[in-house]
Design a protein around this ligand. Sequence first.
Ligand SMILES: C[S@@+](CC[C@H](N)C(=O)[O-])C[C@H]1O[C@@H](n2cnc3c(N)ncnc32)[C@H](O)[C@@H]1O
Length: 347
Amino acid sequence: MIYDLLNIISNSLEKSDLKGIKNDFSGFLSKIDKQKGKVFVLDNGFNSVTKEFLEGEINQMLKTQTIERIKYYIKRLQKSLTEIKNNKINDLNLNRWKEYDDIITDSLWVLNKRDKSGVHHAGYWGNFIPQIPNQLLRRYTKKGDWILDPFLGSGTTIIESQRLGRNAVGIELSKKVLDQSKKIISKEKNPLKVKLEFVNGDSASIDLKNILSSLQLKSFQFQIFHPPYWDIIKFSDNKSDLSNAKSIEEFLKGFGKVLDNCLPYLDNKRYAAVVISDKYSNGEWIPLGFNVMQEVTKRGMILKSTIVKNFEETTAKRNQKELWRYRALAGGFYVFKHEYIFIFQKK
Ligand SMILES: C[S@@+](CC[C@H](N)C(=O)[O-])C[C@H]1O[C@@H](n2cnc3c(N)ncnc32)[C@H](O)[C@@H]1O
């Protein structure tokens, strides 16, 4: 069903009687209220619009007391239904920003349920929850952009890229992990014809220029770094694996090399994200997150945000909860419940 809302809007802008205008819009509201479904197509065929959005805008109009105010709201609604306002780095229509209430803009992320849809799985120890790349890709990329994930692991970023119509290159040191991830991801449909590249190698030294030129590209539009949290999880015996660094200095040096290898291939003004947590070592809190953040800013990137995200409770953690609580009380420390997502922009 196609709705004549734009007609109502243009007619009401000619009118000068507040009551009549309100009647037209409340008539429209009751019309969509009877209609099943949540999304409507309007008479200019302009995208689609959600019932919730229309209800919100129209209810605000119906509360107004003056003709000037209602016309201001009507014009705003008209604009949001006929014009697209984009910034250059994503596909969000800022004239319809109220519709994106699932996009987080606060610096505290509490995400308790892991998205397990399709081929996403929690089986790779140390993978992040899909909502992290999903949120970041929608904020910082457009359809058709190219994403780099130099710590592919189970490929959570790549799965989200494919779903969102972003092309991606994922690099993973372990061939076994890479092959397994590639196999799993190939089971998911690719209706948007996204190009995905899986590369086995060390992100600190791999020839990215060569990888890019084989794809007829020069650069990426977004990079997401989810390195090992130093030695919290040992991913392999490979010396180049950052989880095998002998000291924090060695870990930071190794991560710095990955940055030096990747960041030159990020477009200016575009964004990068690092997902990491702090850790305890011999009873001392090691501010790994902040150390890593400084490695990035040292390289001339602007820090745009420090997001704190909760740790979901894994089954293993839940079973040990009481023990950790006792240890915390006895030892004067706090149990880790968060990790960081640092957002940077290239100058
Ligand atoms: C924290 S996990 C990434 C998990 C990933 N975000 C996911 O959701 O599955 C880090 C990954 O980096 C890999 N890795 C460690 N050092 C590396 C290096 N120098 N180059 C490339 N990959 C590396 C590890 O094998 C591991 O799979």
